[in-house]
Design a protein around this ligand. Structure first.
Ligand SMILES: [Zn+2]
Length: 106
C-alpha cells in the first residue's frame, strides 16, 4: 500500500491547481490586496455563493472555510469522485500519468 514517502512523491509531481481547476473555477487571490499567492473558488463540497475554498499551491493543499473539507490532491480526488484511495491512485495514473507503483521505497 501507499507509504507516506510515496504519497509525498505523488503530491509533489501533481499540479494541484491544474487538477482542481478541472472541477471548479479558481481565481488567483494574489489580485486581492495583501492576499497570499493562493487560489480561491466556490467549494465543490458544499453549496455556497461566496468563495471560501482555498488552494495553496506551495503547501499543495486545499481547505474550505465553509465546511471542513481539506487535504492534498489525493484527498481531493477521493472526495470529489467519492472513491477510495486505490481507485484514486488508478485515476491519477491513468488521467495524470503519475504511477505510484514506480516509487517503491525500501
Ligand atoms: Zn466547503
Amino acid at each position: 500500500m501507499l507509504s507516506p514517502v510515496q504519497r509525498k512523491i505523488i503530491i509533489e509531481k501533481m499540479d494541484i491547481i491544474k487538477v482542481i481547476s478541472g472541477y471548479l473555477k479558481l481565481i488567483n487571490s494574489e489580485l486581492q490586496p495583501r492576499g497570499p499567492i493562493n487560489y480561491i473558488g466556490c467549494c465543490p463540497f458544499h453549496h455556497e455563493k461566496t468563495p471560501s475554498f482555498v488552494v495553496m499551491p506551495l503547501k499543495k493543499e486545499y481547505k474550505c472555510f465553509g465546511c471542513s473539507s481539506k487535504g492534498d490532491v489525493i484527498d481531493f480526488i477521493m472526495q470529489i469522485k467519492n472513491i477510495n484511495i486505490e481507485k484514486a491512485l488508478d485515476e491519477i495514473a491513468l488521467e495524470y500519468d503519475v504511477w505510484w507503483s514506480e516509487y517503491n521505497t525500501v
